[in-house]
Design a protein around this ligand. Structure first.
Ligand SMILES: C[S@@+](CC[C@H](N)C(=O)[O-])C[C@H]1O[C@@H](n2cnc3c(N)ncnc32)[C@H](O)[C@@H]1O
Length: 213
């Protein structure tokens, strides 16, 4: 999954991963984390997720990282926000509006001050297996000691479908976040009416994890 793959997806509007409503996982589990307004939030590979706006109602600083400037511009224009746009070199542009800052550029080249909490929806699982260790190490470098990650993964038989999204098993979550406290919060097994099952997957589940550093 190189940058060109994602740039094409956005240019051709092939963004089936985008949800027009707030992700129910976020509304269900975020309040259980007992975060405060001053806790800083990182949303890696944020696309134009409306979850950013929901998080910004609850936190003073919400930081997104996203490769595609089409996605970043769409996020701000669809919310009628006019961001301040600053080129910061190294192929990165900062978009800032009130509580929300989006770093537009390559995640792996982005450095942010360590945050209190991460919301990872469709970021880890957007990475092929050979990039997931590198992704996780870089992510963990941007989280404070004692910080937390709310992680959403999917589980299905990988040979039955090409990702993304890629299936990430419990064993892999445990390997990637070795040394952290890992709590399995939820598993939602899709029934046969789910579009992924209709397209031939013998099973498809969404799982939610709390990772504590
Ligand atoms: C599956 S989408 C998920 C978007 C968002 N998290 C959501 O829930 O709607 C993955 C996103 O990661 C972005 N992306 C992929 N590789 C990236 C990279 N190296 N750096 C920053 N963003 C990247 C893509 O452009 C895409 O918007």
């Amino acid at each position: 999954m190189d940058a060109e793959f994602w740039h094409s997806r956005w240019a051709e509007n092939r963004i089936g991963f985008h949800l027009s409503d707030i992700n129910p996982v976020l509304t269900k589990y975020w309040p259980t984390l007992n975060m405060t307004r001053s806790d800083t939030v990182l949303v890696p590979m944020c696309g134009k997720s409306v979850d950013l706006a929901w998080l910004a109602e609850k936190h003073d600083k919400v930081i997104g990282i996203e490769l595609s400037d089409i996605a970043v511009r769409a996020f701000f224009s669809e919310h009628f926000y006019t961001p301040m746009v600053t080129s910061i070199g190294n192929g990165q542009t900062l978009y800032e509006f009130d509580e929300i800052t989006i770093h537009c550029g390559d995640f792996f080249a982005t450095r942010v001050d360590p945050v209190d909490v991460v919301y990872d929806r469709a970021a880890l699982i957007a990475m092929p297996e050979n990039m997931r260790k590198m992704y996780t190490e870089h992510l963990l470098s941007m989280v404070k000691a004692g910080g937390r990650i709310l992680l959403v993964t999917v589980d299905y038989p990988q040979p039955e479908m090409d990702g993304p999204p890629f299936s990430v098993t419990k064993d892999e979550v445990e390997q990637l976040f070795a040394g952290c406290k890992i709590t399995h919060l939820d598993r939602d097994d899709a029934d046969e009416s789910h579009p992924r099952r209709q397209r031939g997957l013998s099973r498809f589940a969404e799982e939610v994890w709390l990772i504590e550093l």
